[in-house]
Design a protein around this ligand. Structure first.
Ligand code: VG1
Ligand code: CO
Length: 676
């Protein structure tokens, strides 16, 4: 294959956030923008990590993926990669890419997704690089890539600034991890566009591309991890109704082969939709028929027993209820009523109820427990802050890469922090993969302490890492960690190195199936809510909520964080904050126990003597403005208070968080855009 050298110049601002590089599509379409980053990546890796090697390429089917896939393939070939495995049509969920990398012993892989950020020409695109055990590239690599994308002058300037502000040379190595290679040329193979619509291998001299089925390796892995017979016995019961409504055909690509074909779920329990061919139409007409359907199910007398959603590819789950409906997700319940909006989680999500989820295809907002009043009539909340008449399904911009999950019982919402704790507490009995017990447990710092209590009781090693899945990988590779999760609808284990939506659904089905395996027909089944309440009775309940203030002015948001950092340095243990007594306050720093790398400034924590916590951080996944996240948590051992509404239980802490941070003053925001 002939290789051409395309001259290029450094581009500023290509720093990856919590999970890959995410920008508006328009930015990615600028000349060489994506190509520069990909080339900088190859410049950052040791040659033995890719020369004549094997890489995987997948994505969530969003706008620009087709074009991007061709660019990535050509540059990979130009840099001497031997072979690329690419999902049909460029589609493979994030967890499936991780699974394929591991199974095929690839050197790594690319995921073309901005996850929960909406897709379409006006919205976001994104790229992640995962390394050879399937884990998101650690910061040592992403920092190096960033260094290589920059001009020497800019880099020098940054380093000087860092030296001044950090009083040390630490950042020089952190930024560049060695000698930076200023980007000046892109190496591209001169090959035609690859036909991604047909399975099979195409050879181009010493380079080849294989288009693979995105489901089969992943499905095989799921069969190894879980007892499919056990799950099947539950799904085939007439007294258990399951719902995974993935209107979007691509989500169905995983849901149908797994839940229906393998596990015997009723085909009606999954609604496959029409593929999103035209995402990007941000203002679809209200679809009240559909909304009505949804509302009916939500308030239905006889809802399903279990419902779940994952932000599948190409658009996934959304709770857009028709241009004029409001979704209210009570702490434990989702209630929807007539207006516009959105309970979307994980970039996608749902509107569900009675234990059922509707995936309406496309990303709209996130999972809200409450939609601000003003929004009730009409507009909806978009991830990008734009107003959208939701309503809809097949025209809502798409997004979602299959790594998140939401679990529901009948009239019951399982908060992700509880979900991971409950899976961990029951995994050994119900899931063959964990038959000798989990090796260790971990959660991201803002995730509630429910999991800590399980680790303590089971006497397991426990880790608290910064937000983002990349920090779990080292612990897993070192054999210290089996089950982990984040409050942001991410749950997973060391079967791969990403969070995994379908895995979480199968884990919950396993738990329920195990608890009910001896129930005779007609006997009352142990439900999702029974399992959760029982867990609380044993361990206590960690009330938890997250408030998001999306797309604030960066200046105000940064000032607020600066103000809080200042408070950190001034506050002392024992100080009174309302009825709470301060135990400590810090800006979370994590030292990786495996490689000793340090991640600092990961979120400001106020921890009180009764275990309550308030945490502040800025989102690292947005593509415009600054999103402030406030996390509040309070532990309640008293069973008689366990069925309290989380918002009620947490009100004093939320008020305290707002006054301590002077959020309103700094950001001008009266109300959060999203509450989960
Ligand atoms: C958010 C979540 C974080 C998650 C990340 C990627 O990050 O809070 O828990 O790991 O998204 O998820 P941030 O920096 O915006 O808070 V995904 O599904 O978008 O890859
Ligand atoms: Co995602």
């Amino acid at each position: 294959t002939a290789i051409c050298s395309v001259p290029t110049e450094p581009i500023e601002g290509q720093k990856t956030g919590t999970s890959g590089l995410r920008k508006k599509v328009k930015i990615f379409k600028q000349e060489n923008y994506l190509a520069n980053w990909i080339q900088a990546l190859f410049d950052s890796l040791p040659p033995e990590d890719f020369k004549n090697g094997l890489l995987v390429l997948g994505g969530d089917g969003r706008y620009f993926n087709q074009e991007a896939a061709q660019i990535i393939i050509k540059i990979a070939a130009g840099n001497g990669v031997g072979k690329i495995l690419v999902g049909k049509e460029g589609i493979t969920s994030t967890p499936a890419v991780s699974a394929v990398i591991r199974k095929r012993k690839a050197n790594g892989g690319f995921i073309m997704s901005a996850s929960h950020n909406p897709g379409g020409p006006e919205y976001d695109w994104g790229i992640k690089f995962n390394y050879n055990s399937g884990q998101p590239a650690p910061e040592s690599i992403t920092d190096k890539i960033y260094g290589n994308t920059l001009s020497l002058g800019f880099r020098y300037h940054k380093v000087m600034l860092s030296i001044l502000s950090n009083a040390g040379g630490f950042v020089i190595t952190n930024l560049n991890g060695g000698i930076a290679i200023q980007i000046s040329e892109i190496k591209k193979a001169d090959i035609p566009d690859v036909d991604l619509s047909r399975l099979g291998v195409t050879e181009y001299g010493n380079f080849s591309v294989e288009v693979i089925d995105p489901v089969s390796d992943y499905l095989e892995l799921m069969e190894d991890v879980f007892d499919f017979q056990l799950i099947k016995s539950l799904l085939s019961r007439s007294d258990f109704r399951f719902m995974f409504d993935a209107m979007h055909a691509v989500t169905g690509a995983y849901a149908k082969p797994i839940f229906v074909d393998k596990l015997g779920a009723n085909p009606d329990s999954i609604t496959n939709g029409v593929p999103l061919e035209d995402f990007g139409h941000g203002h679809p007409d209200p679809n009240l028929t559909y909304a009505k359907d949804l509302v009916d199910v939500m308030f239905g007398e006889n809802g399903p027993d279990f419902g779940a959603a994952s932000d599948g590819k190409g658009g996934v789950v959304v709770g857009g209820l028709g241009g004029r409906s409001t979704t209210r997700l009570g702490p434990d319940k989702l209630v929807a009523s007539g207006g516009a909006t959105v309970a979307a989680s994980g970039g996608a999500t749902l509107a569900l109820t009675g234990g059922c989820i509707r995936s309406l295809g496309g990303t709209v907002g996130k999972c809200s427990t409450e939609v601000p009043k003003e929004e009730e009539d009409g507009g909806s909340i978009g991830d990008d802050g734009s107003e959208r008449g939701v309503g809809g399904l097949d025209e809502v911009p798409c997004g979602g890469d299959g790594d998140r999950n939401m679990i529901l019982g009948r009239d019951f919402f399982v908060t992700p922090s509880d979900s991971v704790a409950i899976i961990a507490a029951n995994a050994q009995a119900a899931i063959p993969y964990f038959q000798s017990g989990p090796k260790g447990l971990a959660r991201s710092m803002p995730t509630s302490g429910a999991l800590d209590r399980v680790a303590k009781k089971l006497n397991l090693p426990f880790f608290e890492v910064p937000t983002g899945w990349k920090f779990f990988g080292n612990l897993m590779d070192a054999g210290k960690l089996s089950i982990c999760g984040e409050e942001s609808f991410g749950t997973g284990s060391d079967h791969i190195r990403e969070k995994d939506g379908i895995w979480a659904v199968l884990a919950w089905l396993s738990l329920i199936a195990y608890r009910n395996k001896d129930k005779k027909p007609g006997e009352k089944l142990i439900s999702v809510s029974d399992i959760v309440m029982e867990h609380w009775a044993t361990y206590g309940r960690n009330f938890f909520s997250r408030y998001d203030y999306e797309e604030c002015e960066s200046e105000g948001a940064n000032k607020m964080i600066g103000y809080l950092r200042d408070l950190v340095s001034k506050s002392k243990a024992g100080e009174k904050y309302g009825n709470y007594i301060l135990q400590f306050v810090d800006d979370f720093t994590y030292t990786d126990p495996v490689d000793g790398s340090v991640a600092s400034k990961q979120g400001i924590r106020f921890v009180f003597t009764d275990g309550s916590r308030i945490i502040f951080r800025l989102s690292g996944t947005g593509s415009a403005g600054a999103t402030v996240r406030i996390y509040v948590e309070q532990f309640e051992p008293d069973v008689s208070k366990h069925d309290m509404d989380a918002q009620t239980a947490l009100k004093p802490l939320i008020d305290l968080a707002l006054s301590v941070s002077k959020l309103k003053e700094f950001t001008g925001r009266e109300k959060p855009t999203v509450i989960t």
